[in-house]
Design a protein around this ligand. Structure first.
Ligand SMILES: Nc1ncnc2c1ncn2[C@@H]1O[C@H](COP(=O)(O)OP(=O)(O)OP(=O)(O)O)[C@@H](O)[C@H]1O
Ligand SMILES: [Mg+2]
Length: 426
């Protein structure tokens, strides 16, 4: 082409630059719209999930219309951005057509001078030039189109990438020590600090829990009790300070041995949408049915499971919705009791039980006392009276520590809590 006419090639380059600048503008614009689409899609999908999971609340407050309006609003935003993206990308085709038309027109208009001196038949040269130009235009605009499409999809791809990175990234390091072989299971927490993002939650926690003893963690809602339990379970990395078991930092133990020896019954009861039996096998794959029944008995859950038509083969549905709150809690407790643990953390694990069932579960916990290091988080004072030591947390700090009787003899928050609940001290 250059040999045919350098001026014509320069004009072509001018056209390419115009196309490139348009594409750049379109790429930035579609990138922005892509981000808006991704955010709107996330928001819409979250709203849909919340609508399904919160259906009971919606029904109890007769909020179907408000919920529909809310979800429809999110869907509308999502559709609006999609529409914007389609409109924006469809502008590219007319721009290219008009620009290439103008280009060909200017070739014809200035053809005489552009090709002068090269060919006597300059019209033939122009036709050849235009044919070559259009042959190249197709793939070039195709490539630009792909670039624009990628720019639009990029934010969604980034989100998926971020998700996989979060899944695979473990900020926690595990060692290869076998916790099961530890000579003792006392827990020592020293100078522990922890916060979510920039918000400090736990500050300067120092606690010592001797092997086989029972520590009760009490305090107002939001004081940091569950956060402390989760840190001992190694669900989060600590910001400063350390937690050790038998004098060894918990990060030195292997993940497998840690899971085998330390158990947590968390505040939120998590049951899988599967049979009761499989819920047990998930945490203890080699558990026998006899062991499962034994664990159910310890958690005072054997009776109602026996009454279920399909017993252990009963499918308990999403989040355990087929069971009552107290029944779910007892299943979760039984799951943690299936094999003896060296350390057991019970986070409000009997909060939904009736007094009779709670008394049975208390007996199970009392039986573990002496052989298992227990950390019990409870609002109910009946649960904490049997502890060897009580730590009262306030705004992420341990403000009181001692035996229940020591704390009851002084003017403490613990005594106020006991008095408020009108539970007679042990
Ligand atoms: N994932 C999180 N991100 C940010 N802040 C959080 C997170 N989890 C908990 N928090 C905050 O940390 C503080 C302590 O929460 P935590 O669940 O430990 O309280 P708690 O003492 O167990 O309360 P409760 O008795 O109600 O269970 C609260 O202020 C809570 O809002
Ligand atoms: Mg909690």
């Amino acid at each position: 082409m250059f040999a045919m006419s350098p001026y014509a090639v320069m004009l072509t380059l001018l056209f390419v630059v115009v196309l490139w600048l348009t594409t750049r503008w379109m790429t930035d614009r579609q990138g922005r719209i892509g981000r808006q689409i991704t955010d709107a899609a996330t928001s819409y999908q979250q709203a849909g999930l919340q609508m399904i999971s919160g259906m009971r609340l919606v029904q109890t407050v007769a909020g179907e219309d408000r919920m529909e309006e809310w979800v429809a609003g999110k869907l509308h935003t999502f559709v609006k951005f999609h529409y914007k993206a389609i409109t924006a990308s469809s502008i590219m085709q007319p721009i290219t057509t008009v620009a290439s038309g103008l280009f060909v027109a200017s070739l014809l208009f200035f053809g005489d001078s552009l090709f002068s001196g090269k060919e006597t038949d300059w019209l033939g040269s122009i036709i050849l030039f235009v044919v070559v130009f259009y042959r190249m235009l197709g793939p070039a605009t195709g490539l630009y189109g792909v670039r624009i499409t990628i720019a639009q999809l990029w934010p969604a791809l980034q989100k998926v990438k971020m998700f996989f990175e979060l899944c695979s990234r473990s900020q926690l390091s595990f060692g290869d020590r076998d916790l099961g072989k530890s000579p003792s299971f006392d827990i020592s927490i020293s100078g522990l600090n922890f916060g979510f993002a920039d918000t400090p939650i736990l500050q300067d926690i120092n606690l010592s829990i001797p092997s086989g003893s029972m520590l009760a963690l009490v305090g107002e809602s939001g004081a940091g009790k569950s956060t402390l339990a989760n840190l001992i379970m190694r669900l989060y990395p600590t910001s400063a300070g350390q937690i050790s078991i038998g004098g060894v930092n918990i990060s030195e133990f292997s993940r497998k041995s840690f899971a085998e020896n330390v158990g947590l019954v968390s505040q939120d009861t998590i049951l899988f949408n599967d049979t009761l039996k499989n819920n047990f096998l998930f945490v203890q794959p080699d558990a026998t049915e006899a062991e499962i029944w034994e664990a159910l008995k310890k958690a005072k859950a054997d009776q109602f499971v026996e009454e279920l038509e399909q017993g252990l083969d009963t499918v308990i549905q999403e989040g355990g919705s087929r069971l009552s709150g107290g029944q779910r809690q007892r299943i979760a407790l039984a799951r943690a009791l299936i094999r003896p643990k060296q350390i057991l953390i019970l986070d409000e694990s009997t909060s939904q039980l009736d007094a009779f069932s709670e008394a049975v579960v208390q007996e199970t916990i009392t039986n573990l006392h002496g052989t298992t290091t227990l950390i019990v988080i409870a609002h109910r004072m009946s649960t904490v009276r049997k502890a060897d030591a009580v730590a009262v947390l306030e705004n992420g700090r341990v403000v009181e520590f001692g035996t229940p009787n020591q704390l009851l003899m002084e003017d403490t928050m613990f005594r106020q809590m006991i008095e408020f609940q009108q539970v007679s001290p042990a």
